[in-house]
Design a protein around this ligand. Sequence first.
Ligand SMILES: Nc1ncnc2c1ncn2[C@@H]1O[C@H](COP(=O)(O)OP(=O)(O)OP(=O)(O)O)[C@@H](O)[C@H]1O
Ligand SMILES: [Mg+2]
Length: 161
Amino acid sequence: MPHYKTQLKNEAATDALGRCLARQLVPGLVIYLHGDLGAGKTALTRALLHAAGYEGHVKSPTYTLAEPYEVQLSGQTVTIMHFDLYRMTSPEEFLEAGFRDVFNHSTICVVEWPENGDGVLPAPDLEVFLTVAGTGRHVELRALSEKGSACLNQLNFAPNL
Ligand SMILES: Nc1ncnc2c1ncn2[C@@H]1O[C@H](COP(=O)(O)OP(=O)(O)OP(=O)(O)O)[C@@H](O)[C@H]1O
Ligand SMILES: [Mg+2]
């Protein structure tokens, strides 16, 4: 499975990665975003959503656990669900909210704090690991499925160009 690491020296590089990821979105894709508080998970998601064509404000879904965004992908309306499970306190909360059904063939799911969904959260196609490195960030991307591999193989991200 493909695996890719690089530096994101500033927020513009995070934005650029978000734009590259947006071009590889396909219905049903599940992306986990790992990283400490302030690592840039929401910043990356915001860049991805804006590049996918969402023009409104992208807030952190910390209190609602999930926020839906509708975008057009190849002429099709697709929902991108942005999860932030930081404040999730039990697996029941995830199940009772009906979140299992959001992981289907059409909805794209981007999940911050996936560790908190252990046991109830469906598996990802792609995992992104963000860590603070000096004034910038280090990022690692790993594919975990054929869908994720296709996405990573075509990513074409060159942050320093
Ligand atoms: N490559 C980068 N280099 C330096 N700063 C960055 C970079 N990318 C994003 N940032 C900054 O880091 C912060 C990231 O905040 P963000 O809310 O995205 O973190 P988060 O990982 O979602 O945290 P939380 O777990 O609290 O939701 C923002 O202030 C953003 O401007
Ligand atoms: Mg966040």
